[in-house]
Design a protein around this ligand. Structure first.
Ligand code: AMP
Length: 307
């Protein structure tokens, strides 16, 4: 199946307790595209960058067989810039700067070559932009996956609800699920979110893994316990990318396949956090991925004898 990705392609400046970076490559669509390519899945990115975006990054996408016909370059504009500083626990961060730049007037264009994409992954962006992408598809993709965040719940709730109503799979973190539903229990929160539209609800719990809810069933996975987390930026996007790319690769959309997809997402995210920005995920080979998936299997497989 073909995977269409809409999301930011950005410059990030990141500060963690272990160091800081100047402007480096970032953005949700960047992490998702790179992750898909490791799984050998063809993806296309719909996004926008400015004239300041280096050719070497565009070449990196192309080398990975990522279709960038839908990546608009506004020559006289500047690329979206985000800067954040993580606290010592690495679970929380402050946004230091968000310069929307060319994303401000972003009018997504779906290239003809990607119109037949079966899976659409809408990365974290203004819900109005996400909605417009869906409207611009000649036919509705088989699966619409939505990533969003509390910022849009605070600033654009009505249009976000409209987007959520048209979504098959939503991925949000635990705090956002609580905010969206008004329920503290994540089980109750997922039930409420189902009534808003999505048949599948994924709740991410950072270093504690993720939950998948569907038709009264629930599946839980851990995050890989890592000795050192260096920079969590992009972990959520990498997770979503691994999840969507696995479904695309298998060509199947059901609860059982999604269970495995969740593991793949979590395994891929465990790479991203090991170095700054995209540095680590860009090094990962297919063999690295398999080895980490084996680690996951060991972590989660057990027998129980009751007598
Ligand atoms: P995550 O750590 O999964 O939340 O994703 C981090 C990525 O999201 C960074 O590479 C940023 O460039 C990008 N990002 C941060 N804020 C926004 C925003 N308001 N809109 C789009 N992308 C954003």
């Amino acid at each position: 199946m073909k995977l269409l990705v809409v999301g930011s392609v950005a410059f990030d400046a990141i500060e963690t307790p272990f160091g800081k970076t100047d402007k480096i490559l970032g953005g949700a669509a960047t992490y998702i595209g790179i992750t898909s390519s490791i799984l050998g899945v063809k993806s296309g990115i719909v996004s926008v960058v400015g004239g300041d975006f280096p050719q070497e990054h565009l070449d990196m996408f192309t080398k990975r067989d990522i279709n960038i016909e839908g990546l608009e370059i506004v020559k006289e504009g500047k690329t979206f810039f985000w800067s954040g500083k993580y606290h010592n626990d690495l679970n929380t961060r402050d946004t230091l700067a968000t310069e929307v730049n060319v994303l401000e007037n972003f009018d997504p264009k779906i290239p003809a070559s990607m119109q037949d994409s079966e899976i659409l992954l809408l990365g974290n962006l203004h819900p109005g932009v996400q909605l417009s992408v869906l409207e611009k598809m000649n036919q509705r993709p088989k699966l619409v996956i939505l990533d969003t965040m509390n910022f849009w719940m605070d600033s654009a709730l009505d249009i976000l609800m409209e987007m959520i109503a048209k979504t098959d799979v939503i991925t949000i973190n635990d705090e956002e699920a609580r905010q969206l539903s008004g329920e503290y229990s994540l089980v109750k929160a997922a039930k409420k979110i189902h009534t808003m539209g999505p048949k599948y609800v994924i709740i991410k719990k950072g270093e504690h893994g993720a939950l998948l809810f569907h038709e009264g069933k629930v599946f839980a996975i851990p995050a890989l316990p890592l000795e050192d987390v260096f920079d969590p930026t992009g972990a959520g996007d990498t997770f979503a990318g691994g999840f969507a790319a696995y479904l695309a690769k298998k060509g199947k959309i059901d609860f059982e396949t999604m269970k495995s997809a969740l593991i793949v997402g979590s395994a891929m995210a465990s790479f991203t956090v090991e170095k700054f920005g995209t540095e680590r995920i860009e090094e990962v080979t297919e063999a690295d991925m398999f080895s980490r998936l084996r680690q996951f299997k060991e972590l989660t497989t057990f027998d129980v004898e009751l007598q």
